[in-house]
Design a protein around this ligand. Structure first.
Ligand SMILES: [Zn+2]
Length: 224
């Protein structure tokens, strides 16, 4: 195996750049976080899509977000019936150990997971096929038009919020008003996050919304 010349290894160049350029300007922040540990207030559950950039959307920096990302921003059932899952473990850790005050579930427009839920995953992708079933209840009995895909993406966010409320520790903290749930749908081409408003029963663009997510939602109802 031949070594890649360092000057053509893009990752290596960026790692060096991070250390020599970015890090010195934020050194104190990183050292404080290393010394005192992380105390993020937010668990961000987002789709793995490369176009969704949680730090840009929220203006967050190091130490602010505890992030778990997966295909479709899906939440498995707490009872373990869906097998071993890192997302479930991350939710338990964030709520019970980090004691986060917010959980954001963030889907987005043009989501490949939503499309695959209608059109199917590659035959060899057995785990993906099974995983996407977590979106089943959000699917509409229609052709996968752009409008249907967008609505399904929003319905899926609400479905995941409902599933989160079946986690005993999430429900307990929400009912005690120590934890708020936020359902977001990011429209890539508009640079706009739409926020689920349980009282209105619909998503509202952030520009017009009165809040970034509901006060504790006892039982959100999935969009019609
Ligand atoms: Zn996606």
């Amino acid at each position: 195996m031949t070594d890649v010349p360092p000057e053509t290894d893009a990752f290596l160049l960026r790692l060096r750049e991070f250390h020599s350029d970015y890090f010195p300007r934020h050194q104190q922040r990183f050292q404080d976080l290393a010394a005192r540990g992380q105390q993020p207030k937010t668990l961000f559950i987002g789709c793995s899509d490369s176009r969704l950039v949680p730090y840009l959307l929220t203006g967050a920096g190091p130490g602010d977000l505890f992030i778990v990302r997966n295909v479709g921003a899906l939440v498995p059932p707490w009872d373990g019936s869906h097998g071993l899952h890192g997302t479930t473990a991350a939710i338990e850790f964030a709520v019970l150990s980090l004691r986060v005050e917010h959980i954001v579930v963030c889907g987005h427009s043009h989501c490949g997971a939503v499309r695959a839920a209608y059109e199917g995953a590659p035959a060899e992708a057995l785990n993906l096929h099974n995983w996407l079933r977590l979106m089943d209840e959000a699917l509409l009995p229609v052709q996968a038009s752009p409008e249907a895909l967008a609505r399904t993406g929003q319905r899926s966010v609400v479905l995941q919020l409902e599933r989160l409320l079946n986690y005993p520790m999430v429900r307990r903290e929400v009912e005690a008003r120590r934890l708020r749930l936020h359902g977001w749908h990011y429209v890539i081409e508009l640079g706009e996050v739409h926020i689920f408003d349980a009282r209105l029963g619909r998503f509202v663009p952030a520009e017009q919304a009165g809040h970034s997510g509901d006060e504790p939602i006892p039982a959100p109802t999935i969009l019609a």
